[in-house]
Design a protein around this ligand. Structure first.
Ligand SMILES: N[C@@H](CCC(=O)N[C@@H](CS)C(=O)NCC(=O)O)C(=O)O
Length: 269
């Protein structure tokens, strides 16, 4: 029989989703696009969940965060978590689209999570120093931990991401070519959104949580060049309005979470 996972949340409640993720930062609720995506999805789906800090050390059996614990079971990978919860009858409406739109949604998912994401990974490989300032974990790591973070953790993370990028297509591109790839992604997403409130109509779908998570990191955390944000602001202003709309509806506690670093700020009025 497989060994039961060691649960992070002790004394759990039946049917409550425990979302294990990095602590809050001083600028975005999570520096991970996958955590921001998943937490946004849980909010969109109206699922009762509780955040649990991974204390920078608890990872899933895949060696990653975010993951959830539900009724004593650990489930990892944001997309698999979403699919599993939807199959169990939670947030199913977020995954429901007619077949042609579903196919398009899958294409956008791949564009966002397997193409656009590399811009952000590349940016962080170039400079992830913001993570040890107040915009990141500057108020969490103090004294010796601040020194260790700046002197060792950040450079080692940058170098790990550099290696990842070198093994990918993004590592072969000049900076100009990288921006040109970004523009194509942004133009495609902006065209799909058009004047609609969400990518596929009046109500959000899973892909909207995905886009919010990934675009959130691009817009609200430093990138390797300001040209990225400027391009979106100038040529895809519907995406800026879209992000503001999702923030207003699902993240009224965005500022409070950045200010207090609390993981249990209230978002439902
Ligand atoms: N496909 C996974 C990706 C998760 C992922 O890449 N998480 C990163 C943070 S953004 C991580 O935990 N990395 C661990 C590490 O680099 O040590 C998902 O959708 O959850």
């Amino acid at each position: 029989m497989p060994k039961a996972p060691k649960l992070i949340k002790t004394g759990w409640e039946q049917d409550k989703v425990y979302l294990i993720q990095f602590p809050r930062t001083g600028s975005v609720p999570s520096p991970s696009p996958f955590s921001l995506k998943l937490e946004t999805w849980l909010r969109m789906a109206g699922i009762d969940y509780e955040n649990v800090s991974n204390e920078f050390k608890h990872m899933s059996k895949r060696g990653q965060q975010p993951f959830i614990e539900l009724n004593g079971e650990q489930i990892s990978d944001s997309s698999i978590i979403i699919k599993t919860l939807a199959e169990r009858g939670q947030g199913t409406e977020l995954n429901t689209l007619p077949p042609k739109e579903k196919a398009l949604e899958h294409a956008f998912y791949t564009l966002i999570e397997h193409h656009l994401i590399w811009l952000c990974v590349y940016s962080r490989s170039q400079t992830f120093k913001w993570i040890s300032t107040d915009a990141g974990y500057g108020r969490v790591f103090i004294g010796i931990r601040a020194f260790i973070s700046k002197a060792f953790v950040v450079p080692s993370f940058e170098s790990k991401l550099k290696k990842k990028c070198q093994g990918q297509w993004i590592g072969t591109l000049t900076n100009e070519e990288k921006i040109s790839e970004l523009k194509k992604d942004i133009d495609a997403i902006s065209t799909q959104l058009g004047k609609k409130p969400f990518l596929f109509g009046d109500e959000p779908k899973t892909i909207d949580a995905t886009l919010f998570g990934h675009l959130g990191e691009i817009l609200y955390t430093p990138q390797f060049t300001d040209a990225i944000k400027k391009y979106i602001e100038t040529n895809a202003s519907n995406l800026i309005a879209y992000m503001d709309r999702i923030k207003a509806r699902y993240w009224p506690d965005w500022e409070e979470s950045a200010k207090t670093l609390k993981m249990d700020t209230q978002w439902r009025q």
